[in-house]
Design a protein around this ligand. Structure first.
Ligand SMILES: [Cu+2]
Length: 617
């Protein structure tokens, strides 16, 4: 049903477009093989305009979150006013299409209308330091870290680019601290955009949350800012700029924080630890796809890269001994991509996520990691040989209207014949219950069945998109996937920018949207928030919703109570789903609630939650 419908609808759109008719005439579908084939050369970059980006300071000059560059600009789908791609700029359709998928004929020759941006315009890459792998910064309570965002020369798949790194490292330094430590971070901005650092998932003082326009001014190029970072919770966290994440984070500004509990037995035992950050880079042959100076491109689905990187490299490798138990700390630093990870059939158990351990360890076949989420998994490699770290997902072929399995190998774990010592096989086979987690959660249980105090609907509005995109979307939306794992429509996606697309958090009670939502709750309150991801919107998509400075429980999905709880700071809301979150509003201040798809955030999908101080010292 779904497959045939997709074939019919896309064929109809293609046929209508090539015949110059309105897409409303899709009742006369043609078979897809009649579709216009890909034009030779359309994948090529026209000129090297990508390396001559416009005003470098512009992309980060976002004074206030939520502000849209041209909000309210009237532009209907039949009007060329303000329409994406009607300005034939220097950059024309550099977007690589998935194998076997032709570009939508109506989109050929269009451009985003944005000034292309890549880091380090006019800088000779040979003059820059080569990016180095992550180094561990062991810090104790009271220590200070110098952290500099800078230009680096980085080689990916044999091609050298000017990108960003913290302290010259990609990912940035791994900050390893004991739980309850407080450190000082002296941040210096030496890149060509305004920046700031957000300490993702850490329940720290509001003044150090790193959100320009909310907790601080943007740090201009050449300037600095001092953060005080306190770590009340053990686990794996990460830091990244909260300014033009679609550029700065994607170009290498991210790193982990690993917070050690005083209890050495906090996790069940492992022979070794590995910290893996995943991200993806969008390349067209030998070049990077430039970003938009004025705002994000790829605003519909976010920028989904075609090169997946583990710790900044296309191929991860690890050698272990037979029977070794490895504890992997996994972080998704991608702008938009959600992963489904497994280790070639090796036994895996999930032990922790964003802000705590699970109530109980659980055996899993794979782990799903949306942008900004973290999971801690333990994997036992019991036979000599090679195990592939894979991302195995269902792709949608929008052209053929089919779901297709897509498996990417991200790395190889080679297992030697020598047995590992100590032998943790028995501890690994035991699924531990973490009674301390259940005890901590106990006082929140009475709130699980309360009526939600707040309700949000997730949706989107678009104006001025290319006609072909509007026609495709209007039909395609009838058949959505709960999670879009890959970008099956990169041409349409690229041409949709934050000028045309506005992603929306809508307060059901007041109708207010995004930054007009100004929720106040008293410190110490326990807030049930119900989020519904409307499948009937113009282009429904999953959203990883992140709340700063607090912790929350996903207590139910579509009315089904979560059986094994864990404290989170980011929750994936699939299309069509209703998710109940219980927020522990314990940390006073002004905190962002937003989608962590960088381009959705850059297209307005954010709100503020004020946690008002209790008034008591
Ligand atoms: Cu989103």
């Amino acid at each position: 049903m779904r497959r045939t419908a997709r074939i019919a609808l896309l064929a109809a759109v293609l046929a209508a477009l090539s015949a110059g008719r309105a897409a409303a005439q899709q009742q006369t579908p043609k078979p897809p093989e009649k579709a216009t084939p890909a034009m030779p050369g359309m994948h090529g970059m026209h000129g090297d305009s990508a390396h001559h980006a416009g005003a470098p300071a512009a992309p980060g000059a976002k004074p206030k979150p939520g502000a849209r560059p041209d909000a309210g600009k009237p532009a209907g789908p039949t009007s060329h006013e303000g329409m994406a791609g009607m300005e034939h700029g220097a950059m024309s359709m550099p977007i690589p299409m998935p194998a076997g998928m032709p570009m939508m004929p109506g989109l050929m020759g269009l451009s985003t209308g944005l000034t292309p941006f890549l880091p380090g315009a006019g800088v000779d890459p040979a003059s820059l330091p080569a990016a180095r792998p992550t180094e561990v910064a062991h810090l104790e309570d009271g220590d200070t870290l110098e952290l500099t965002a800078m230009l680096v020369r980085r080689t990916v798949r044999g091609r050298t680019f000017t990108m960003y790194g913290f302290n010259g490292q990609v990912p940035g330094p791994l900050i390893r601290v004991p739980q309850n430590a407080t450190i000082t971070v002296r941040f210096r901005n030496r890149i060509d955009l305004p920046s700031a650092v957000h300490w993702h998932g850490v329940r720290l003082d509001n003044a150090s949350d790193g959100v320009p326009g909310v907790t601080q001014a943007p740090v201009a190029p050449g300037d600095s800012f001092v953060y005080t970072v306190h770590f009340p919770d053990a686990g794996i966290y990460w830091y990244h700029p909260h300014v033009r994440e679609d550029i700065e984070q994607a170009m290498g500004l991210f790193g982990n924080m690993l917070v050690d509990a005083p209890d050495r037995d906090y996790y069940s035992p492992a022979n070794r630890e590995q910290v893996l950050i995943l991200d993806d880079l969008l390349m067209n042959g030998d070049t990077l796809i430039p970003f938009g100076t004025e705002g994000p491109d790829f605003a519909l689905m976010g920028r989904v890269g075609n090169v997946i990187l583990v710790n900044g490299e296309p191929r991860y490798s690890l050698r272990v001994k037979r029977g070794e138990v490895v504890r992997f700390y996994l972080t998704n630093a991608s702008s938009s991509r959600t992963y489904n990870l497994s280790f070639g059939g090796a036994a895996m158990k999930v032990v922790a996520a964003d802000v705590s351990r699970f109530e109980r360890e659980e055996r899993v076949e794979s782990v799903v990691l949306a942008p900004a989420e973290r999971y801690v998994v333990q994997v036992r490699f019991d036979r000599p040989g090679r195990y592939a770290l894979v991302n195995a997902v269902q792709a949608i072929n929008h052209f053929r209207g089919e779901f297709e399995p897509e498996v990417d190998t991200l790395g190889i774990v080679t297992v030697e014949a020598t047995p590992a010592t100590p032998d943790y096989s028995r501890a690994f086979a035991t699924l531990r219950a973490n009674a301390a987690v259940s005890r901590d959660i106990a006082k929140y249980r009475p709130y699980f069945d309360k009526e939600p105090a707040k309700r949000l609907t997730l949706t989107v509005e678009a104006t001025g998109l290319p006609l072909a995109t509007v026609q495709f979307m209007s039909i395609d939306t009838a058949y959505y996937a709960p999670v879009e794992w890959v970008d099956g429509m990169p041409d349409m996606n690229w041409l949709s920018t934050s000028r045309q697309v506005r992603w929306i958090l809508r307060d059901d009670a007041t109708g207010k949207e995004n930054m007009d939502i100004d929720w106040h709750v008293p410190q110490g309150s326990i807030v049930k928030l119900r989020i519904f991801n409307d499948p009937r919107s113009f282009h429904p998509m999953q959203h990883p919703i992140h709340l700063h400075g607090q912790r929350m429980l996903v207590v139910a999905r579509d009315g089904v109570r979560t059986k094994n709880l864990v404290w989170k700071d980011t929750a994936l809301i699939p299309v069509g789903s209703t998710v109940d979150l219980l927020i522990d509003a314990s940390n006073p201040g002004d905190w962002m609630l937003h989608c962590h798809i960088a381009e959705h955030l850059g297209s307005g999908m954010m709100a503020l939650l004020h946690v008002d101080p209790s008034g008591r010292p």
